[in-house]
Design a binder for this molecule. Sequence first.
Ligand SMILES: Cc1ncc(C[n+]2csc(CCOP(=O)(O)OP(=O)(O)O)c2C)c(N)n1
Ligand code: SF4
Length: 286
Amino acid sequence: MSETLVDTGHAETHCVLAAKDFASGAHPVWCPGCGDFGVLAALERGLAKHGRPPNEVVLVSGIGCSSRLPGYMSCYGFHGVHGRALAAASGIKLARPDLDVITVGGDGDGYSIGGNHFIHACRRNVDMLYVVMDNRVYGMTKGQPSATTEPDWDCDIAPGGIGLRPFNPLALAIAAGANFVARGFSGDPNGLADLIVEGIRWPGFAFIEVLSPCVTFRPEQTGWKKMVRPAALSIEQDRAAATALVLGDDGYSLGVLFRGERAAIAPALPPQISVADIEREFALGA
Ligand SMILES: Cc1ncc(C[n+]2csc(CCOP(=O)(O)OP(=O)(O)O)c2C)c(N)n1
Ligand code: SF4
């Protein structure tokens, strides 16, 4: 791996990398055919293309099949509690703005139990990337409806469907203040890798909603490959127009749907503090 230093305000290393440099070697326990395999491949390819070495990247997740992903990659990782990944990621980015921080997880983790944190992460606009593997179901706990499940999806826990309107994560992200909003598909790992590179580099909170089928509890989602298509339009700056665009969309348009330029929270590196400094601060009688 050859290295060059580029001037980005922080000391950032840029290298020639391959996707395999980000593979941990651990074999995923996901069901054969799970969409999350495609997202893993896209992250490995995207990070290699982005060019920062594994020791300058942190992957953060909550709980769920999709949230296992950091264990399958070679870089720093934080596997937290259910629905609280974005809080941990924000703290990591504020303490270490020199690192690239990427949060990954599922729709249950990010939109149901973590819905409040999602909205406020968009509002705070901390400079990081959030990738949600949306399969419109809680896969890990065997198939309960989530915040994005269709109202008429019939399952054991809700015969005939839950009858509730699913929420639209892209509209929510744009309205709450995210700076970059895109949709990808696990069946197109190269297209998703490009979105990941752009999302990492875009200043502020970047959100990529990924259609990632759960072949075990939602086998009909394998049909998504026939429904997805490139988005006809992408909106810059105008949040009202972008919200109207994503609300009017059928949910299968892929690509960057919105780019904004709200001021991002991207603090300078805090001063280095040693353990001795902290001990002095707390010394009794000092
Ligand atoms: C506080 C808490 N509540 C509930 C659970 C049980 N639980 C584990 S994973 C999960 C849902 C995961 O769904 P999703 O984020 O969509 O991920 P998927 O498994 O579909 O990838 C739930 C409810 C938990 N671990 N912690
Ligand atoms: S249960 Fe669904 S989400 Fe979980 S690994 Fe299997 S296919 Fe993937």
